[in-house]
Design a protein around this ligand. Structure first.
Ligand code: FAD
Length: 392
């Protein structure tokens, strides 16, 4: 037969892969393993936090994917892989066999990286870096904060999911505060000394939010040493910062399934051959999305979608005993800085035959004096088209 392909993880990477496998070869048997009935999208979640849209707008259904595309959805968590027997072991003990496996498990948090910020602490001090109840919690805390309060966002070092995401979040929170609680402030405590789209973000902040929003580089404050969830305060090497609303975005790693399956290296992420996204540890397994190392591509939904299409083509070629087609990958990422103003960054990535890695073929970003209103209109169109491309 044409082969059994199983995809684990029904997020942007996994759903795109499952769909495009079926588009490219309808005869293929494609199974999607994902425990949740509905997916919550991180793209759009900063708008929901700032009250610009409802949380309901983040929900995505798997109905179109499974019905219109004849993809079998298994509602279960994969606990581990039996790699020698090419089987996925599910939480209820049952097994799903595969000829090729595509993993897109997303991220997990390094709960041991910051003293005082573990999973229990995240139940009162949200990270809101996986959308859903965490997004709702941060939105609620922001609504409940009195005027004159301080919102503090801590940002990890690279690499992490969505490099410009924390700065979009700070912008939209400042926008909410300016309107509803104008004596309040947003502080970003960064583990880095520079960040994605920085010139355009900083120009927008000066024009729109003045001294309501402050970014503090690690040059000034050093390491984030400790979080006190009960006191809602954080300690850096040099100071203690108290917050009324505290949002800690912790350091991250590949989703746990990749780690327990021996597909990660010392970095905590999964190395891959960017020609096919196959794992160097197991040629029957491909890893895409946030979990894989695809630098210089950033970890974004757009990247995951682009990688999924390259990976689907490579899997189909490999089942036919053929080499994968040479890939060209794209990322294009919008950040809203106000409800009707956005900035963006894009990159095109090709395969470098010299070192077997991805290389940037072209790149660009909104300049500080760019047309932010026009970019916001493009951002809306992208959101609609992207949603349709992935979830239908
Ligand atoms: P995910 O989308 O996280 O999907 C992983 C899926 O795998 C989940 O559904 C999970 O339930 C499932 N899973 C995990 N482990 C298992 C297991 N063991 N068994 C079964 N299922 C499992 N990107 C953009 O391109 N544009 C944006 O505007 C943008 N905005 C963002 C804003 C914020 C605030 C954040 C946090 C992120 C944003 N992103 C954006 C980034 C984007 O959300 C991620 O890059 C994207 O979700 C990665 O897709 P993925 O498939 O790798 O992982």
């Amino acid at each position: 037969g044409p082969g059994r392909v199983v995809v684990v993880g029904g997020g942007f990477g996994g759903v795109t892969a499952a769909r495009y496998l079926k588009l490219m070869n309808p005869a293929l048997s494609v199974t999607l393993v994902e425990p949740r009935d509905t997916y919550f999208s991180c793209p759009g979640s900063n708008e929901a936090i700032a009250g610009l849209s409802g949380l309901g707008t983040l929900e995505r259904s798997y109905a179109t994917v499974s019905r219109a595309f004849d993809i079998k959805k298994v509602n279960a968590q994969a606990t581990h892989l039996d790699r020698p027997r090419r089987r996925i072991v599910l939480s209820d003990g049952s097994e799903v066999p595969y000829d090729r496996l595509i993993l897109s498990p997303g991220i997990d948090f390094r709960w041991d990286a910051i003293e005082g910020y573990d999973e229990a602490a995240s139940r009162t001090v949200p990270h809101a870096w996986k959308a859903g109840p965490q997004t709702a919690m941060l939105a609620r805390q922001l609504r409940a904060m009195p005027d004159g309060g301080r919102v503090l966002i801590t940002v990890p070092a690279n690499p992490y999911r969505c490099p410009p995401g924390p700065y979009e979040r700070a912008s939209l929170i400042a926008c909410y505060l300016k309107k509803h609680k104008p004596r309040s402030k947003v502080l970003i405590l960064d583990a880095k000394t520079r960040f994605s789209k920085q010139p355009a973000f900083e120009q927008a902040w000066r024009e729109l939010y003045g001294d309501m929003l402050e970014w503090i580089s690690s040059e000034k404050q050093g390491r984030l040493e400790r979080v006190d969830a009960a006191a809602r305060s954080v300690e850096t090497e040099f100071d203690t910062f108290r917050a009324d609303v505290l949002n800690v975005i912790p350091p991250q790693k590949a989703g746990a399934l990749a780690e327990v399956s021996g597909l990660t290296d010392g970095s905590g992420w999964c190395p891959v051959d960017p020609m096919s996204f196959a794992s160097p540890f197991d040629s029957a397994i491909h890893v895409i999305g946030d979990a894989c190392q695809a630098a210089p591509m950033p970890k974004s939904a757009f990247s995951a979608n682009s990688q999924a299409k390259v990976c689907a083509a490579a899997v189909i070629a490999s089942l036919a005993g053929e080499p994968p087609p040479e890939p060209l990958l794209i990322n294009h990422c919008y950040s809203l800085v106000a409800p009707d103003e956005a900035i963006s960054i894009s990159g095109v990535y090709g395969y470098s035959w010299n070192d077997g890695q991805l290389a940037t073929r072209s790149a660009g970003e909104t300049p500080p004096d760019g047309d932010r209103k026009r970019e916001a209109a493009y951002a809306r169109i992208w959101q609609r088209n992207f949603r349709a491309d992935v979830f239908g």
